[in-house]
Design a protein around this ligand. Structure first.
Ligand code: DQA
Length: 142
């Protein structure tokens, strides 16, 4: 069974009530359950984490790099301005897949820049919780 880290950035702990028109009504715990259910058929072991803190996310990326784990990451707002998250993610040796619930390119201009996309294997955006499940099935085929 292959281990996968799924990392979530700031404010994603508020899903369910946070801008439901943009992000949907599922909580992050419900998205985690969906990922874990999908992982059974894909033979993945999921390590699902969320933090509002940049340093914590960087520490988790270092951990994934050391353990050579693939990472699916929704960096949330850090996507658009954190060079530190990008630098930590660049140390990964296994694939990184960037995910977003919404489609940032279809939103405000400040969301059009991603510091992560350039070092990710690919990006899946705009499919709500399904973005995470699509990332898992893409990873299974790599
Ligand atoms: C997000 C998109 C980001 O622009 C935003 O800052 C988020 C969530 C998404 O999943 O759609 O917090 O990453």
């Amino acid at each position: 069974m292959r281990k996968v880290m799924i990392l979530n950035g700031p404010n994603l702990d508020q899903l369910g009530t946070r801008e439901a028109d943009v992000y949907g009504t599922l909580t992050l715990a419900e998205i985690e359950s969906l990922c874990k259910a999908a992982a059974v058929t894909l033979d993945f072991e999921i390590d699902f984490r969320q933090s509002n803190d940049e340093a914590t996310l960087i520490g988790w990326l270092h951990e994934a790099a050391k353990s050579e784990l693939p990472v699916i990451m929704n960096p949330a707002a850090f996507t658009h301005y954190s060079i530190a998250i990008r630098d930590a993610a660049a140390m990964l040796t296994a694939p990184l897949i960037e995910v977003h619930l919404s489609n940032p390119i279809a939103r405000e201009e400040f969301r059009h820049t991603s510091f992560i996309s350039g070092i990710a294997k690919g990006t899946i955006s705009g499919f709500g919780a399904n973005s995470y499940l699509l990332a898992l099935s893409a990873l299974a085929k790599l």
